[in-house]
Design a protein around this ligand. Structure first.
Ligand code: CA
Length: 244
């Protein structure tokens, strides 16, 4: 399996009373989820997502197709909880994940997302956004109606067009990578990207070789910049192959 180092951090921020984000960093699975819904429903939904993915933890033989099954199971669980209790109706969660998988004897990193939590790839000092947000604002960007800077400040930037817990079958996007040593992957909720530009994120990543410190520094920087939302970050470093 691909060797990795990792770190995770999450904070409630300076405005919200509860942290509705949930994180999982337990090889071979790394997940960030951002819950939504009234009362405590958001917290419950994001925790359900993380609980389902934690079933893959500790395994060295996860196949890419298993990810879709976990997403479907988490989606069913959230829908069922919403049906059972009126307070939970309408609850949902985003998810972004990276799972180290084996496919036909080859090692890969599988990336997937639903909603506006993101995954970035950081290599050679350059930060590249891999996932595409499922948001109304992203649709405006795709249509050429607004630019990326306007998107970050748009009043409707929180409107997601896909989430777990809304449709019977979740609609995720998938990518498969062959990671190279030295690459770094960053998973985050929108609480990070609403506060920090890509340039600011890249500067913190370049400053912190240790993945745990990098995750903590990013969360701290987002809180220092305003902390208007919950903020969660998982950093995964691809290491050179070596003894197990
Ligand atoms: Ca959020």
């Amino acid at each position: 399996m691909i060797r990795v180092g990792w770190g995770a951090a999450t904070a409630t921020g300076n405005v919200r009373r509860h942290n509705e984000d949930a994180v999982l960093a337990d090889p071979p699975v790394f997940v960030v989820a951002d819950g939504m819904g009234g009362h405590a429903a958001g917290e419950v939904a994001s925790r359900m997502v993380v609980e389902h993915f934690s079933r893959l933890a500790g395994r060295e033989d996860v196949e890419p197709r298993e990810i879709g099954r976990v997403l479907a199971a988490a989606n069913d669980r959230i829908l069922e909880a919403g049906r059972r209790s009126p307070e939970s109706r309408g609850m949902g969660s985003t998810v972004v994940g990276l799972v180290l998988v084996t496919d036909d004897g080859h090692d890969h990193a599988a990336v997937f997302n639903v909603g506006d939590s993101r995954l970035y790839r950081f290599a050679g000092g350059a930060l590249e956004q891999v996932t595409v947000d499922h948001t109304y604002v992203q649709e405006l960007v795709d249509a050429g109606s607004i630019g990326p800077d306007e998107a970050r400040a748009h009043p409707e930037r929180n409107v997601v067009t896909r989430a777990l817990g809304s449709l019977r079958t979740p609609q995720a996007d998938y990518w498969l990578f062959s990671p190279e040593p030295g690459e770094r992957y960053v998973l985050c909720t929108d609480g990070l990207t609403v506060e920090l530009t890509a340039t600011a994120v890249a500067a913190v990543l370049a400053d912190c070789p240790d993945p745990a410190r990098a995750a903590e520094a990013l969360v701290r920087s987002a809180c220092d910049a305003g902390g208007r939302d919950n903020v969660s970050v998982v950093v995964v470093d691809v290491l050179a192959p070596g003894p197990p």
